[in-house]
Design a binder for this molecule. Structure first.
Ligand SMILES: [Zn+2]
Length: 461
């Protein structure tokens, strides 16, 4: 049931101009008024947000629902994944449309849209993926932008099956600049990681505790720096996905200080978890790409976040159930890579960022919503609390402590990387285009209510 009018009373609104104690009125799907005392005649549903933080709906720019991999699928589909999203305050997610061999990007986007539209309870969009470079690719990219997806993912390690060589990356960057779109890179050096993995296998060191040695710092650091050189020469902006290493973070900080258009995403696992996990009893569960790194890397990545050298928090939500993770027999080469977490972004970032490290809630708002809206062409409909914007809103209780438990979450996955984590606040209500989709009473949204968001040109945040 869609409420026509909702008045959110006395919240701490996180707006572009700053934190503002105010009321917020929703009419239909839009925010219609913000003010110190909004009065309304006639029927209106009131939500008391006293003492609560009010965020624009979280935008997760990096998720993989129904990803076909390792002879199976990631464990969340568009329904369970979007329900988990709603419970975590995420009102928009951007997944990936990876063309199959010989398929053009635009038709893959339409296929993915059709399956998401049947199931998703929140709004969604897709990044295209460039899996090879040929004379037809520039035209293909142009058609994809016309379809409403002004962003392209590139895998640098050719060995992941979708990788592009340096010539292809350079041409893609040039083409992207002309289309006012953005290239996102998975930055790892496949030649180095493959050779290192090969040496480990030869020595019989195949179990997961050896995984970090197969992809040490150099693997990410070299690829990040190459991506930055290629983008500079191509005159294009570049977006580094899921930054994991402290050394790469420090290189990027220097380049950004020079004013280069390099956008940086990191994910909660690289900020909060570390490679000690590969020594524990559930080591296999934590296989992800790049691997979890050291505590020192966590520290350096937080420093980058604090110094505004990270733009967005994505989750790279790509969970696999225990059984799927264990199907690899404990070897790093055969274990499905990926972690879930879309349901936890805000509570994790609030606890670790605001409570433990003194970041402002506004900073968290920019990392989890506003910056992604700008970079991925969703602004000003999404990513901001202002009159006329979509009424995508999260009411967050900063005083409510809760312990993260996989069995209480909406994701289909049967375990969580954050099991037992004590969060210092939690999402109470999620509103998507004027409709309460999540509240204390659970998920209330109809399957398939989410819509595909056609995105505009890339903009620097
Ligand atoms: Zn990913």
């Amino acid at each position: 049931m869609k409420e026509n009018r909702i008045l959110i009373k006395s919240g701490r609104l996180l707006t572009e101009k700053g934190e503002q104690a105010a009321d917020l009125l929703i009419e239909g799907e839009k925010i219609s008024a913000i003010g110190s005392s909004v009065s309304v005649k006639g029927k209106v549903k009131e939500i008391d947000a006293g003492g609560r933080l009010v965020f624009p709906g979280i935008i997760d720019p990096h998720v993989h629902f129904e990803l076909e991999a390792y002879n199976s699928f990631s464990s969340d589909d568009f329904l369970s994944g979007s329900r988990a999203a709603a419970a975590g305050g995420v009102t928009t997610f951007i997944d990936f449309a990876i063309p199959s061999e010989g398929q053009d990007m635009a038709s893959r986007i339409r296929e993915k849209c059709a399956s998401a539209a049947k199931k998703s309870i929140v709004d969604f969009s897709f990044h295209s993926q460039i899996t090879s470079w040929g004379p037809e690719t520039p035209g293909d990219m142009k058609a994809a932008v016309k379809e409403g997806t002004a962003s392209f993912k590139i895998f640098m390690p050719a060995t992941e099956g979708w990788g592009l060589d340096d010539y292809g990356i350079y041409r893609a960057l040039q083409t992207s600049a002309g289309l006012q779109s953005i290239i996102m890179v998975h930055a790892e050096n496949g030649a180095v990681s493959d050779a290192l993995a090969g040496e480990l296998v030869k020595q019989g060191k195949t179990d997961i505790s050896n995984f970090p040695d197969a992809r040490p710092d150099i693997v990410e650091r070299e690829a990040v720096s190459r991506a930055c050189v290629l983008s500079d020469e191509a005159g294009a902006a570049v977006y580094i996905c899921h930054l994991s290493g402290g050394k790469s973070a420090s290189d990027l900080r220097k380049l950004r200080k020079e004013g280069r258009d390099i956008l940086v995403e990191t994910t909660p696992p690289y900020l909060i978890l570390n490679s000690e996990k590969y020594k524990g009893p559930d080591a296999c569960l934590y296989a992800c790409s790049p691997p979890l790194r050291s505590e020192q890397d966590n520290y350096q990545l937080w420093r980058a976040v604090i110094e505004n050298s990270v733009d967005t928090i994505g989750t790279d939500h790509c969970p696999f159930k225990r059984e799927q993770k264990l199907s690899g027999g404990g070897s790093f080469g055969n274990t499905p890579m990926g972690l879930g977490g879309i349901e936890n972004t805000l509570e994790l970032m609030y606890t670790e960022g605001v409570v433990k490290r003194g970041l402002s809630p506004l900073h968290i708002m920019r990392l989890t919503s506003f910056n992604s809206a700008k970079i991925f062409g969703l602004y000003p409909e999404k990513g901001t609390l202002k009159e006329g914007s979509d009424a995508d809103i999260v009411i967050f209780n900063p005083g409510k402590v809760r312990t993260i438990r996989a069995r209480k979450m909406f994701s289909n996955c049967d375990w969580s990387p954050y099991e037992g984590f004590s969060a210092a606040g939690c999402v109470e209500t999620t509103i998507s285009r004027g409709e309460v989709v999540y509240s204390k009473s659970g998920i209330r949204a109809e399957k398939g209510r989410g819509i595909f968001l056609k995105r505009k040109a890339f903009e620097l945040p």
